[in-house]
Design a protein around this ligand. Structure first.
Ligand SMILES: [Zn+2]
Length: 108
């Protein structure tokens, strides 16, 4: 799998990835990167792997991953919509479908 294939598989835009430091023989930059680990979007635990990809036109970029979940913990896509917008879309769709729904949130 090439770096470009990896990014495509994980749904990552290379322009949104943090620039990575140059490769070092002992992986010191990756170890340092793991100190600021991001939570996994699936399990919530911090990323367990910090790797760099080298994409033409973008240079070396960090790709942080959670190996147990096989997912990227690197930000992807656009910013999430506010919760109020999501709830309005869900309730609107339920109204159109003439479906009765109950939405429970934790208030965050
Ligand atoms: Zn995970």
């Amino acid at each position: 799998m090439t770096d470009a294939d990896l990014l495509l598989f994980l749904g990552l835009d290379p322009a949104r990835l943090d620039p990575a430091l140059p490769w070092t023989p002992c992986g010191g930059a990756a170890i340092e990167r793991l100190r600021g680990r991001r939570p996994c979007v699936r399990c919530g635990w911090p990323s367990t792997v910090a790797g760099a990809v080298d994409i033409p036109g973008h240079g070396r970029r960090w790709v942080d991953r959670c190996m147990p979940c096989l997912t990227a913990t690197t930000p992807r896509g656009e910013a999430r919509a506010p919760l109020e917008h999501t709830l309005a879309a869900v309730t609107g769709a339920a109204r159109e479908a003439d479906a009765k729904i109950t939405i429970v949130t934790d208030g965050t």
